[in-house]
Design a binder for this molecule. Structure first.
Ligand SMILES: Cc1cc2nc3c(=O)[nH]c(=O)nc-3n(C[C@H](O)[C@H](O)[C@H](O)COP(=O)(O)OP(=O)(O)OC[C@H]3O[C@@H](n4cnc5c(N)ncnc54)[C@H](O)[C@@H]3O)c2cc1C
Length: 376
């Protein structure tokens, strides 16, 4: 078949480098590949990604988000079932999506009614709270049920399914490849990256387009990004199967029941810890005390695992999405405590603008999240 006259011969689509193979990087790589782009993911260390740490709550209402962040979270929540359907179809693996509803307990009905997202939830008194959360501690007198919120098993299912979906769609992976620096051409545009391979070799990789998705470490590659780590510690218990149906989102502690009875307990929030690794007795004690206040009988359930990770936070706790100021370099970072929730919308918005196919409504959703809001 010949093309129309006076058109240049068709070229291979320009490769996009995705810097960071965590949840956001993988989600974008997958959507770009679905749009026919050639994609290469550079990932320093798979296991350090917050995508393997998070509790997987999908909780724009239970978290009490407001303004543009609530709108973004709601838009993502609405897209998650179809997004998960794509990942499951492309990978052949289940993602563990569970629209189980989230209960937020309060010490009084006045506290409940003052909650920022109260209008989106069903108000509960003590009796209905006990019905929703059998065994809830005696200090909780009221609650809000957000039946539209839920959870996904990011640690055991979603991340693996995304990786498999990407590989199946031809996305290239360089695991153990640390991006050391961005390289720019004379006019300031992105020219490529400098990286250290898993074998310890330093090399340059040319690219006209890249997405910076290095999570809590993003500012190490672009110093002007106001992204910093907020450490979180977690633990899990083996609960009797069906002991809990709803996620419970208490102040400072939440409980996320998986279908097989595993109960994920989170999470500390430690901005002062910087990138210091490991568990601390104080952090683990805080989780244990929060757990016992929410659900006293859980103190007798056998412990399973303990782990920690770093949320990528910004000063207003909203993400950084879109153009970076460097032509060819896109930002997808700073998702703080809602990166699992926001992965679906982030991937669709970024893949849309990078491939030049974004709809007007999607461009409007991106608008509040530019780097410019921190520069004026
Ligand atoms: C304790 C905890 C609980 C959470 N719970 C929830 C929750 O319930 N619901 C929710 O929505 N969100 C939750 N989150 C937030 C969510 O996990 C994050 O927002 C999300 O994972 C961020 O994804 P990311 O891809 O930006 O970063 P990450 O998943 O951290 O991935 C970043 C990747 O970039 C790589 N990288 C970094 N620097 C380089 C470099 N120079 N070169 C190459 N690769 C590099 C790293 O190795 C890493 O693999 C939680 C987070 C934590 C820590």
């Amino acid at each position: 078949m010949t093309g129309p006259p006076n058109q240049p011969p068709s070229r291979e689509p320009v490769r996009v480098l995705v810097l960071g193979g965590g949840l956001i990087g993988l989600a974008i790589a997958h959507q770009l590949a679905r749009r026919g782009r050639r994609v290469q993911v550079l990932s320093r260390r798979r296991s350090e990604a917050a995508g393997f740490v998070a509790a997987g709550m999908l909780a724009p209402h239970a978290e009490g988000l407001g303004g543009a962040l609530l709108a973004l979270g709601q838009a993502s929540l609405a897209r998650i079932p179809a997004w998960v359907g794509q990942i499951e179809a492309d990978s052949g693996l289940a993602c563990g999506l569970r629209p189980c509803g989230i209960v937020v307990p309060f010490r009084s009905s006045a506290e409940r009614d003052a909650y920022p997202t109260a209008a989106w939830g069903e108000p509960l008194g003590r009796a209905s709270l006990e019905r929703e959360v059998p065994g809830i501690g005696p200090s909780w007198q009221a609650g809000l049920l957000f039946s539209q919120d839920g959870q996904i098993d990011n640690r055991r299912q979603l991340m693996r399914a995304l990786e498999r979906a990407c590989v199946g769609m031809g996305v290239g992976f360089q695991e153990g490849a640390e991006v050391l620096a961005l390289e720019r051409s004379g006019d300031g545009a992105l020219a490529g990256v400098r990286l250290r391979t898993a074998a310890g070799e330093e090399q340059g990789l040319p690219a006209e387009q890249a997405v910076l998705a290095c999570g809590a470490w993003s500012a190490r590659l672009l110093g002007e990004l106001p992204v910093f780590p907020v450490k979180g510690q977690m633990l899990s218990l083996q609960a009797p199967r069906q002991a809990l149906q709803r996620v419970i989102f208490g102040p400072g502690t939440y409980l996320v029941p998986r279908t097989d009875g595993l109960l994920v307990v989170g999470a500390t929030s430690e901005p002062e810890a910087g990138f210091s690794e490991g568990l601390t007795p104080a952090g683990q004690r805080q989780l244990q005390e929060g757990l016992e206040a929410l659900l006293p009988e859980a103190a007798h359930w056998p412990p399973m695992e303990r782990w920690w990770g770093f949320r990528p936070c910004t000063p207003d706790q909203g993400p950084l999405l879109g153009e970076s100021g460097i032509p060819g370099l896109w930002l997808a970072t700073g998702h703080h405590r809602n990166g699992v929730l926001l992965a679906a919308i982030t991937a669709q918005l970024l893949a849309g603008v990078i491939s030049g196919s974004a709809k007007a409504e999607n461009k409007a959703l991106l608008e509040p999240w530019g780097l410019g809001r921190f520069q004026s």
